[in-house]
Design a protein around this ligand. Structure first.
Ligand SMILES: C[S@@+](CC[C@H](N)C(=O)[O-])C[C@H]1O[C@@H](n2cnc3c(N)ncnc32)[C@H](O)[C@@H]1O
Length: 260
């Protein structure tokens, strides 16, 4: 006898970006766990609830809201994340034991896709390692914010035959990654696009993609960087939070004489 945990990708903002497999998974679950926390998380939690209201037809599925602790910002980033993940794993354990029986199916709703800058899979493995709960695991893929960006801007992610690196704002602000001219940036709290010294680079930027708040800007970096920064600040102030993703295509250097 063991529980089943379903990690369900629900798309990154547009409730219509949910797959048939994800809808079926929601309806297979005995319990759906919905995290809540802060202003941004309130919006995301509403979005998760909206998805449940739209697609949940199983009257026996229970929805359980639980609070996620905030990450400690003192000490090193890695230690902070490590402690935070273990704290969430403990909450998962308690909530799963409290809300479900040995044979039940538990659904965890994950923003976008669970494989992209998301730790639910790692946290669930902490739960397994702790040994208090036995479970089978299934992952249901979702539409990522990168896909939402490319669809909204009507662009292909990669140039013909060329690689794309997915990175964070913090890393891009430390320098352009080697071996690629095309970078997708997520989790950017520092406006890292401003550190790219290539006014002719092309940027495709999107915030709140797929939601009614969506804003996008595309253009030459030298022409639109300031505008994006202004829009970003205003939107963040108005909404209390922002989530943005962008693609920067540098003028080609890799594989050329002046490139790496
Ligand atoms: C913790 S990661 C989660 C990514 C998610 N698993 C995915 O598949 O897109 C959060 C980051 O994803 C990006 N993101 C997620 N949803 C977004 C949206 N609707 N619009 C713009 N960026 C988004 C932002 O870069 C944000 O900082």
């Amino acid at each position: 006898m063991s529980r089943t945990i379903l990690i369900i990708g629900i798309g990154a903002g547009n409730p219509e970006h949910i797959t048939v497999q994800a809808i079926n998974a929601l309806n297979r679950a005995d319990v759906l766990l919905v995290p809540t926390k802060g202003e941004e998380k309130a919006f995301l939690a509403d979005m998760r609830r909206d998805i449940c209201e739209r697609y949940l037809t199983n009257p026996d599925t229970r929805i359980y809201n639980y609070a996620v602790p905030t990450r400690r910002n003192d000490g090193s980033y890695e230690n902070g994340v490590h402690d935070w993940h273990h704290a969430i794993a403990k909450i998962y354990e308690d909530v799963i034991l409290e809300t479900s029986g040995d044979n039940d199916t538990i659904g965890l709703l994950v923003w976008g896709d669970p494989m992209l800058y998301d730790s639910t899979l790692r946290i669930v493995e902490h739960v397994r390692a702790n040994g208090r709960i036995a479970f089978d695991l299934e992952v249901i893929p979702g539409i990522t914010s990168i896909q939402a960006l490319c669809a909204s801007r009507r662009i292909a992610l990669n140039r013909i035959g060329l690689p794309v690196e997915i990175t964070t704002g913090r890393r891009l602000s430390e320098g352009w990654p080697e071996g690629t001219d095309d970078v997708v940036v997520m989790l950017d709290g520092v406006e890292a696009f401003r550190s790219v010294q290539d006014p002719d680079a092309e940027i495709h930027w999107g915030a709140y993609l797929g939601t009614e708040l969506e804003i996008t800007v595309s253009g030459r970096l030298g022409e639109v960087a300031e505008e994006i920064s202004e829009i970003r600040k205003r939107a963040r102030q108005e909404n209390g939070w922002i989530m943005d993703t962008y693609l920067i295509r540098r003028t080609r250097k890799v594989g050329t004489e002046d490139g790496t």
